[in-house]
Every structure is written in structure tokens, then in C-alpha cells.
Ligand binder design. Structure first.
Ligand code: HEM
Length: 507
């Protein structure tokens, strides 16, 4: 008893401990807020209070699904440089792209891999080295050598749309374009689609799992690593999100099995005899690099797998947004729609567009169509997020202001594509003609659609190939109408909006 009594007097009560903890957290919290808001290197830059003291403004705007619009509003209020997190700035001037993206290192944090893949590699030299190893496999000539694989999906898409045509069915074009781009990636990588177009939907919840995983990754990078367990517990308490999280491992596991099986198959075939030129998909090409000089280049089976995963994660949603955005803007602007149809019909009448599938070069040669694609993807870039970079030693000058070393800084394509200095006073308006005028080359130089500099999108030729085949083919063969002509459409990488259209055949 005497011992118990002593213990009680020596140890503080639980209540005292909680109080002490509360005082400590409050004290350090207030200290943190005062420091980040008024004394940290980014303190001179304007921005909302929440953004200057925590990453919660970023997370909230990301989760809202309209982060780009909120950021645009901030720039309108505060000017060309805005503080969007305690150590992060967003710049709205397109002239900053060259400064920020030419040499500044990327900031994605995923240091767990032996050698991280393209997306998450923060080491400039390592990233460049990997791009040198596989870069040629992504070149336009290599992509176009697989054009017949894209055609297989295009024909399947056409068959499915022919079934809808004239039935009055309302079709979600965003979904169908996503099924198309996913199947194309399957064809290009494995010489086998995922069968999404054939079965008319996401099979085995693969698309949903990838979408959720991207969403989570994009949210988590905004929190310091030590808060990840806390955020995970919090998120798991929201039943709708928890259900989606729990549904991730099964489809990703199935996908992994498929990737492993394909690589094992190649290893097996290569042991029997060298793989011939009849197999020309991406996987075979990456395997060829590994088989020929894998040891010399330090490019092993793990690196091949990384390439596959990157394409699966980065290659389909982005492209499908660009396809859907192009169609959406045309349907919203009937005069532009008729003009592009006239251009397509005229080229078709002259026998310049192949059948059954339009070739990439034929689509790309359609000047007004090209302007419509550029304009839609300018206003509606697939990755409407701020791609952050770290300011190197000595700092830098951006938009006339000095930015100190170590600051995270970036541009959001949605915002910089509306910079009036480059895109004109009507930058907020859809006007494809701007791409036919004398400022086209300058605008092109300030496009951030695919990023800029050494980390520019490695898969852009895959995307362009699909855009310049899919869009003219769809418009040549089908007449489309918005189900709700007055309604809007917004779509970001992390929030799905339907794009509902009615379809009829043109011939
Ligand atoms: C319209 C479609 C696409 C758009 C708008 C797009 C956009 C972008 C952007 C803006 C970046 C730069 C990110 C940054 O600077 O931090 C990027 C990087 C990347 N993209 Fe794409 N992308 C598209 C399609 C694809 C496809 C089809 C693939 C692959 C098959 C792909 C793979 C990648 C990879 C691997 C990177 C990282 C490159 C690096 O950091 O070195 N993308 N993309």
C-alpha cells in the first residue's frame, strides 16, 4: 500500500499528462504558425492564412475536385506568385515555365525504390540516364510502328459506337474514351488489350483501383511522412473512401500477376530462341534492352516492370481527358464543330483519310482540327496540378521577384495557359483560331500540357498518336450531341465527371 501511495505521488496523473501534452502541442503549434506565417523564407509571398501555415489548403482544394479553379482565383486576388503551402509557391506567368522546368529538380518523394521510375525520380542524373535507356522506345517512329495496334482498338470503339448510334442511348464519352485509352495501352505494351471496349466497362475494377491509387498518392504527398499513419486512419473512417481503398489490392494484384506472367513468358521464349521482329510491343522492346545490355546499363526485370506500371498509371486517364475535352469544347461551340467537320469531309472527299482507320499523319495534317485539339487541351489540360520543383542554391528570379533556395515552386498548366501576356486578352475563351495566327509558335513554347524541359512527358507521342487518330475518326463517322447542351463539364485526374452525348451515324 505504501508503495502504491508513493507511485501516485511521484507519477503525474493521466489528466496532468494530457494537459501537459495539450500545452506542448498548442505552444509548438502557435510557434509553427507564427514562424511559417511571418518569419519563414516564403513569408513575404501572399496567400491564404491556411496555405501559409499548413498544407491543408492544398489538400482541401485537391479533394474539392476544382483545385485549378481555386488556384486561378488565388492568382486573381494575390498576383503572379501565390503561397499555396508553407514552403510552396505557385506562379501564374507562363514566362516562368522556362526558368522553373529547365533545370530545377523534381520533388516527387518516393525514395523507397532501388532506382525509382520516371515519375518519382528526384535525381536529375539518374532520371536522365533512364530516359536515355528507354527514350527511343517512346519515340514517335516507334509508336507509329505500332499504329495497327491502336487501329484494333479504334475499330472496336467504332463497332460499339455503331451499336449506340440512333438508339437514343445516352453515352458517357469520358468513360468510353477511357476504356479506349486503357485498351490501347494494353495493346501497345502486351499486344493484348484489357478487353474493356469489348465488354463495355472496367473489368475487375482495374480502372477504379488505379484512379483511387492516383488520388491517394496525390493527396498523401501533401502531408509529411510522419502524418501518413494518422491520415490513413482518418481516411479509413470515411466508409465511401474506405470501401474504395479496400478494393485496391485485388485488381492491382491481378494486374501484377499479368505483368509478371508476360515478363516470365518473354524470359522463357528468349531462352528457346531470340525474340523475332514479329513481336514489337513495348514490353518486348524493353525486354530487348535488358537482354542485350541489361547488366551494362543496370536495367533489369525490376526496371522493365517499372516501365509497365508507369505506363499503366500515367498513360490512360490523362489521354482520355484530352480526348473528351476536345469533343466537349467542339460540341459547346457549334460553329467550330461545323468547321472541323467541313475540313474532315473535304479531306475525306479527296481520299486523304484512310479507311477503316485514319492514320496519325492524316489526322495531324488537318490544320483546323489541330487548332481545336490544342485549344481544348490548353483550356483543359489533363494534369491540372502544380508540378513542384525545388529552387536550387543561390535562389532564382521569377516574375520579377527573388525566390530563396529550397523553396518549392511550380506552375499549374490550367493557370499558365490563361496568361494573357502569352495567350491574348481572350485567354479565358475557347478560340481555336488563335493557333492559326502569328502567335502560335510563341504559345506552343509556353504550353505546359506535357510539362517542359528534361522531365517533359515521356509518353506524349502515345497520347498524340491517339488524339490525332481518335478525334477525326469519331467526327468523320458519327454525329454527336451533348445530352445537356446547357450543362458544363469538368474533369480532373482525381474527379470523374460524365460527358454524356447522343450518337448517330453520319453515313
Ligand atoms: C494527353 C496525355 C498526357 C498528358 C497531358 C501528360 C502530361 C504529363 C505532364 C504534364 C508531365 C510532367 C510532369 C512534371 O513535370 O512533373 C508528364 C510526365 C510523364 N508522363 Fe505524361 N501525359 C500524358 C500521357 C502520358 C502517357 C500516354 C504516358 C505513358 C505511356 C505518360 C507517361 C509519363 C511519364 C513517365 C512522365 C514522367 C517523366 C519524367 O518525370 O521524366 N504520359 N506527363
Amino acid at each position: 500500500m505504501e508503495y502504491m501511495y508513493k507511485l501516485e505521488t511521484v507519477l503525474p496523473s493521466v489528466r496532468d499528462l494530457v494537459t501537459a501534452l495539450f500545452i506542448c502541442v498548442t505552444f509548438f503549434g502557435v510557434l509553427h504558425v507564427v514562424y511559417t506565417r511571418y518569419f519563414s523564407p516564403c513569408a513575404p509571398f501572399p496567400g491564404p492564412f491556411l496555405a501559409s501555415t499548413t498544407t491543408l489548403w492544398k489538400v482541401a482544394s485537391l479533394v474539392s475536385g476544382e483545385g485549378e479553379k481555386r488556384l486561378m482565383a488565388l492568382h486573381k486576388k494575390y498576383g503572379p506568385i501565390v503561397r499555396i503551402a508553407p514552403n510552396e509557391l505557385s506562379v501564374s506567368e507562363a514566362s516562368a515555365i522556362k526558368i522553373i522546368y529547365k533545370t530545377f529538380p523534381k520533388l516527387f518523394k518516393a525514395p523507397f525504390a532501388r532506382r525509382p521510375g520516371h515519375m518519382e525520380n528526384t535525381d536529375i542524373k539518374q532520371a536522365a540516364q533512364r530516359r536515355r535507356i528507354v527514350g527511343d522506345t517512346y519515340s514517335m517512329s516507334k509508336v507509329l510502328s505500332l499504329e495497327s495496334s491502336v487501329d484494333l482498338c479504334l475499330q472496336q470503339f467504332q463497332e460499339r459506337f455503331s451499336q449506340f448510334a440512333g438508339t437514343g442511348t445516352v453515352v458517357n464519352l469520358k468513360l468510353w474514351s477511357h476504356l479506349f485509352t486503357f485498351d490501347v495501352i494494353g495493346q501497345l505494351i502486351f499486344s493484348q488489350s484489357f478487353g474493356f471496349l469489348e465488354r463495355g466497362g472496367d473489368q475487375g475494377h482495374i480502372m477504379q483501383a488505379i484512379e483511387t491509387a492516383i488520388h491517394i498518392a496525390m493527396t498523401m504527398v501533401n502531408f509529411p511522412w510522419y502524418l501518413h499513419p494518422l491520415v490513413t486512419v482518418y481516411v479509413l473512417m470515411i466508409p465511401r473512401i474506405a470501401a474504395r481503398l479496400v478494393a485496391i489490392p485485388k485488381p492491382i494484384g491481378a494486374l501484377e500477376t499479368r505483368v509478371d506472367r508476360a515478363i516470365r513468358g518473354l524470359c522463357h521464349d528468349a531462352q528457346a530462341k531470340p525474340i523475332g521482329p514479329e513481336r514489337r510491343d513495348f514490353l518486348t522492346r524493353w525486354f530487348g534492352i535488358y537482354a542485350e545490355k541489361g547488366a551494362e546499363l543496370d536495367f533489369g526485370l525490376a526496371e522493365i516492370k517499372q516501365e509497365v506500371w508507369t505506363a499503366l498509371f500515367a498513360g490512360s486517364d490523362t489521354t482520355s481527358i484530352a480526348l473528351a475535352a476536345t469533343v466537349y469544347h467542339l460540341l459547346k461551340h457549334p460553329a467550330c464543330y461545323s468547321r472541323v467537320i467541313d475540313e474532315i469531309d473535304s479531306a475525306d472527299g479527296q481520299g486523304l483519310l484512310s479507311r477503316p482507320c485514319i492514320r496519325y499523319e492524316e489526322g495531324y495534317a488537318l490544320q483546323y482540327l489541330r487548332a481545336c485539339i490544342k485549344e481544348a487541351t490548353r483550356l483543359h489540360p489533363s494534369g491540372s496540378i502544380t508540378f513542384p520543383r525545388r529552387v536550387p542554391k543561390q535562389g532564382c528570379m521569377v516574375a520579377g521577384q527573388f525566390i530563396p533556395e529550397g523553396t518549392e515552386i511550380g506552375c499549374n498548366p490550367y493557370v499558365v495557359h490563361r496568361d494573357r501576356k502569352v495567350f491574348g486578352d481572350d485567354a479565358d475563351r475557347y478560340n481555336p483560331d488563335r493557333w492559326l495566327g502569328p502567335k502560335a509558335a510563341e504559345m506552343e513554347r509556353h504550353s505546359l500540357l506535357f510539362g517542359y524541359g528534361p522531365r517533359i512527358c515521356i509518353g506524349r507521342n502515345i497520347a498524340l498518336c491517339q488524339l490525332y487518330k481518335f478525334i477525326p475518326q469519331l467526327l468523320r463517322d458519327f454525329r454527336l450531341e451533348l445530352d445537356d447542351p446547357q450543362g458544363g463539364w469538368s474533369y480532373t485526374l482525381y474527379k470523374t465527371d460524365k460527358l454524356e452525348v447522343r450518337v448517330s451515324k453520319r453515313y
